[in-house]
Structure formats: C-alpha cells, structure tokens
Ligand binder design. Structure first.
Ligand code: GUN
Ligand code: ZN
Length: 463
C-alpha cells in the first residue's frame, strides 16, 4: 500500500468539534476548513492549517494526499462491541436473555481456540477500518487467549484499542465460565502484558451482573481498587427480564446500578452499555461518579430492548456515548448507528441533530472513554487517526446532495444514507489502513465463492 509512513499531509474539507454542539453555539463547537491540510509527523498531528498556504510549505519528502472534495474527520470511535459476535450478528427472533443462551454463548465457546479468535480479530479490524472506525471498546470472551490474540493483532496494526477478557462465572455453559480466582488472575496477567503497550488499554470486563456471582464481583472490586485508572466495561439495564433477574439475585440492592456501585465499579472511565430502563436515582448516581452510558441503537431495536432516553441522561448530567454493540447490534457503521439513534430518539420525541451526532461519534465518544487527550479531534498533538468521507458516494446520496445547502444538511443526509460505501480511506497513526479503491479490487475475486450451505430445518434457521 502506498504512503505506509506516518509522515504525510492530507488535504480536504476538514471537520472536527472543539465543544459539544448540544451545549455550545455552532460557532464555538464546529471547526470546519473548506480547504485544509493536516500535517502528520510520526503518526501524530503536527499542524492543521489552510490548504493553499500549508500545502506550499510542507517539509521536504512529506507526501501530500489530496482528498478534496471529501470530508476529513477524526476516525470514528465505537465504545461498545463484541469481537466474538461477528458470526451471530443477525440471529433471528430472540430477546436478550434467550439470544445470549441460544446463539451467543454457544458461539463464544469457540474462542478458546486461538485460530478462531485470530480470524475474528482480523475480520473485525478490517471491517472497522472499512467503516472509518479507528478505536473501539471491545469485549473478548472469557478465554484469556481471545484477549491475547485481540491485543496482538491490534498492536500489529498500531491501533488505539480498549479491550478486556470477559469475566463470567455463572448462568452460561461450563465451557464459558471462569471462576472468581481465574477471572481475577487472568485479567491481571493481561493487564501486565498489554495495558499501556503501544496504543492499547485494558478494560476490566465483568460481562453483567447476571453472569457473575457475588464472589466474582468481589474479585472485580479488588481489580478495580488495584487499578484505579483502568476502564471498566459492562452492561446495565438493557432488558426487563434481565432487570428482574438482577433484582431477584441481589435482593439487598436498591436497583441494578446499586449492584455495580456496591463493588466500586461506578467511576470515571466506566462504560455501561445500554442504560435504557434507568430510574432517576440510577442516572444521578452514574453521573455523580463520572461514569458513561453507552447508547446502542441498532442493538436496542434488533433485540427489542427499548428506547434510550437521551434527554433524561442530559438532564441528570450523565455522559452518553454511542456504539454499535456488534453483534446484538446490526451494523458496523457508526453512520448507520447514528441514523438508527436518530430514529430511536424520534420515537421518544427527542432530536439528534447532525452536528451532535458527528460530535458523539468522534470527540464525544473520546470524552466518554476518557481518551480525548489522544483521539477524537484534528488538533496538533492528537494521534492521526482519520476517516475520509465521500458524501456523494452513492446515487441516492448524489441525488440528495443536489438539494443540500448547508454543511449541517450535508452531514445529516450523510449520516442517514451513509455506511461503509461512504468511506474513501481510513488512517491510523497516519498510516492508510483502508482505501476503497484497493478494497474494491480485492473484493471482486471473492464474489464467485459464495459459501451457501443447506440449513437443517430443525436448527436455528431463519423462519
Ligand atoms: N448483556 C450481557 N451480555 C451481552 C451481550 O453480549 N450483548 C448484549 N447486547 N447485551 C448483553
Ligand atoms: Zn454488549
């Protein structure tokens, strides 16, 4: 691939956010250069400036890639997805608890095999890059090897990734269970091996309260105390049956959030997936402790979990990230995710303007993950993770753009109609990790190898 080096200059329509457009004026929040250049040195943004001027005084030997008229944005950030669910995505007809038992847990059992995990990690990173996503918060499985393989592949690609080995010691098949002791020990080994190495960070990852005993949550509490700066990721208040189970299994708890509070898991850099059915008390407790709620719209619609309440979160001062939740979620695209988020909020009588959505997908998610000093905006000193977007990539988009008069209208149509086809290129630390022209040429030979299999009608086939 050309331009492998992290020394490069990129020209295009630069767009990033200096503040949250939901809070600040458009003038203060939206940074837009109609013709700008991002100068990258050793994978970090060295300078951002006006295209005509900066392109004339580039350091000798730095190649300039002219992406005009395309948009140049910080790479998308996806704060919640599951590496081992790329082959259960789009599994038919179940709500959360049945979906886990019927499809997800049997699939995750396969990830004790390093070859299975390696194939999944490669597929995942290729697919995220094709969708313009450069950072993710990732759940591996309960197998230590699945996280080893994930981090190894992320390091090879020099990606900024946050991930952890899932801890779960009950309510799943034996092949997927760890114990309070092994969950603790293996997490510690992974932290020692990978946290802070290159651009990798470890997340303490108890799957959710229904799959951990109190003994395991105690062990998780110890880890959280020993590593106060680490991310924590888990699920919270997604589904009615899940919430009822938690109330019965932890009869001492005030509510679901209280279980995590009891074990010291509600704190800054703690990412709680879903947070749909929270009480005001729970929102206030999460907000007060600096935790983040992660809105997963395609998953919430697909599993019929419910409609996230962004207004209530904002009123409580609770930070919200937005994520795909592959494979309860149904799209790898953050654009599609935002589009479905818009529709979920419309059903709640709420709004998601385009500037707010693009803020969320970039620096908003960086803030939600505690990474905004490294990624999420186009400022000198930030890591050069970028996505180049073509808002006229498809015929429906081209036709729509003929009637667009403002940047905000363009972005809204892009988010509603866009997906991986709108990604022109993706850069990680200044290195091109995806290019649509190359992707098209390598995709073509695969089209005649369609691996259709006959599905036994007694099995988990579509109905
Ligand atoms: N709750 C616990 N595990 C999961 C999972 O894998 N996906 C979703 N959507 N919710 C969960
Ligand atoms: Zn999830």
């Amino acid at each position: 691939m050309p331009y492998q080096s992290g020394n490069i200059a990129i020209r295009g329509r630069l767009l990033w956010f200096a503040a949250d457009p939901a809070v600040e004026s458009e003038a203060a929040a939206v940074k837009y250069l109609e013709d700008g250049v991002v100068l990258i040195k050793d994978g970090v943004i060295a300078e951002v400036g006006e295209g005509p001027a900066l392109s004339r005084r580039l350091p000798a030997g730095v190649p300039l890639v002219d992406h005009r008229p395309h948009l140049v944005m910080p790479g998308f950030i996806d704060p919640h997805l599951h590496m081992p669910q790329t082959q259960v995505i789009a599994s038919y007809g179940a709500e959360l608890m049945e979906w886990l038992q019927k499809y997800t847990f049997p699939e995750e059992m396969r990830y004790g095999d390093s070859a299975v995990a390696e194939a999944a990690a490669r597929f995942l990173f290729d697919t995220l890059a094709a969708n313009g996503t450069t950072t993710a918060g990732v759940y591996c499985t309960s197998h230590q090897i699945s996280a080893e393989v994930f981090f190894h592949e992320a390091e090879r690609r020099n990606l900024r990734m946050v991930a952890g080995k899932v801890m779960m010691d009950r309510n799943a098949p034996p092949g997927l269970l760890d114990t309070p002791e092994t969950g603790y020990e293996q997490s510690k080994e992974l932290i020692a091996a990978w946290h802070g190495r290159g651009r990798l960070e470890y997340a303490i990852t108890p799957r959710f309260a229904p799959t951990s005993t109190e003994a395991q949550l105690e062990a998780t509490a110890s880890l959280a105390r020993e590593f106060p700066d680490l991310h924590i990721q888990t699920h919270l208040s997604e589904n009615a049956a899940e919430i009822a189970y938690v109330a019965a299994a932890f009869p001492w708890s005030k509510d679901y959030t209280d279980v995590y509070e009891r074990y010291g898991l509600v704190r800054p850099k703690a990412l709680f997936g879903h947070c749909i059915h929270l009480s005001e008390r729970e929102r206030a407790a999460l907000a007060e402790k600096g935790a983040t709620a992660v809105f997963c719209p395609t998953s919430n619609l697909f599993l019929g979990s419910g409609l996230y309440d962004l207004t209530a979160s904002r009123r409580a001062g609770l930070k919200t990230g937005i994520a795909t939740d592959i494979g309860g979620g149904t799209s790898y695209s953050m654009l599609t995710t935002a589009a479905e988020g818009y529709k979920v909020l419309a059903l709640k009588g709420q709004k998601l303007p385009a500037f707010e959505a693009f803020h969320m997908m970039t620096v908003g998610n960086a803030l939600a993950m505690g990474l905004a000093d490294k990624i999420g905006s186009l400022e000198a000193g930030m890591e050069a993770d970028l996505v180049i977007l073509d808002s006229r990539a498809t015929e429906p988009l081209r036709r729509r753009m003929e009637r667009v008069e403002t940047l905000e209208e363009e972005l809204f149509a892009l988010m509603i109609l866009g997906d991986e086809r709108t990604t022109v290129a993706t850069y990680a630390a200044g290195r091109r990790i995806y290019d649509r022209y190359m992707a098209r040429s390598t995709l073509a030979p695969k089209l005649d190898q369609m691996p259709y299999k006959t599905v036994d009608s007694g099995g988990a086939s579509q109905q």
